[in-house]
Design a protein around this ligand. Structure first.
Ligand code: ZN
Ligand code: ZN
Length: 261
């Protein structure tokens, strides 16, 4: 069984828990550590888990809402941490003084295993040095975790084909962003090809990977200033053919419930 729970989503800090069960074996990966370790511990405990129940961390890219507290997490837990070579260089992880072997290199298109989890990183267009997002599988079901990208490249669409569940960025409403008080350079960065997905972009990507076996979609990484849950829900519901109020949205502070892929 493959299930996931977002623990917080957006510029205030990202963390998503992915769990696979295969008989007696349970494997848990944390994707991104943008929360303080004390806060991460608190949110894990609310889900009935401790830091010691985790088996590893995958860091998508060096922006602080994702890599933020990885150094401290790695020191406290001793768990393996995967990231791309570019992310490692960009966040100067070699200065963290971790034991050799704790930092593992993830590469686009190279699947690796963490217990019962098979993890398939793929490159995304985003203004970081070598950002990777992740497809997770228990060998039967697949979850695509995808935030922080400016547009849906053919490579991204390919990587998400056949997923049974998606945690998918719906960052901003184009109109709200254009009217926002953000400086022009920031609005251009967010809306640009290496920024973040708008609701419309995200819905188009959802349409491109939608199939009858896709049973769970959670909208994520919503801007608290340039989007609303109801706008993201409306965009996704048009593709999913459900009521807008039934579209799941990850809360910036509390994340989501457990969902099964
Ligand atoms: Zn982010
Ligand atoms: Zn980012």
């Amino acid at each position: 069984m493959l299930r996931f729970k977002n623990l917080g989503s957006g510029s205030a800090g990202n963390a998503t828990l992915v769990e696979a069960r295969d008989g007696q074996q349970v494997s848990r990966l944390l994707i991104d550590c943008g929360l303080r370790v004390s806060e991460l511990r608190r949110r894990l405990q609310a889900a009935g888990l401790e830091l010691s129940d985790l088996d590893g961390l995958f860091v998508t890219h060096e922006h602080s809402d994702h890599v933020g507290h990885t150094h401290r997490f790695a020191q406290e837990t001793g768990l393996p941490v995967w990231m791309s070579e570019g992310t490692r260089l960009a966040c100067q992880a070699e200065l963290w003084g971790l034991p050799s072997g704790q930092l593992q290199t993830a590469r686009d298109g190279v699947t690796f295993a963490l217990g019962a989890l098979a993890l398939h990183p793929f490159t995304v267009p985003h203004d970081a040095r070598e950002p990777l997002q992740l497809r997770c599988s228990d060998g039967d079901r697949s979850l695509g975790v995808l935030t922080d990208l400016g547009h849906a490249s053919a490579h991204v669409v390919q990587a998400l084909q056949g997923c049974h569940a998606l945690l998918l960025e719906a960052n901003h409403d184009v109109g709200m962003l254009s009217r926002s008080s953000y400086p022009a350079f920031l609005r251009q960065r967010i809306a640009g090809p290496l920024g973040h997905l708008s609701n419309v972009d995200a819905a188009a990507l959802l349409q491109a990977v939608h199939h009858p076996g896709l049973s769970c979609v959670v909208a994520a990484h919503l801007s608290e200033r340039n989007n609303t849950p109801s706008l993201a829900q409306a965009a996704f519901s048009a593709v999913l053919g459900c009521l807008a109020e039934d579209v799941l949205v990850a809360d910036p502070q509390t994340g989501s419930d457990w969902h099964t892929a």
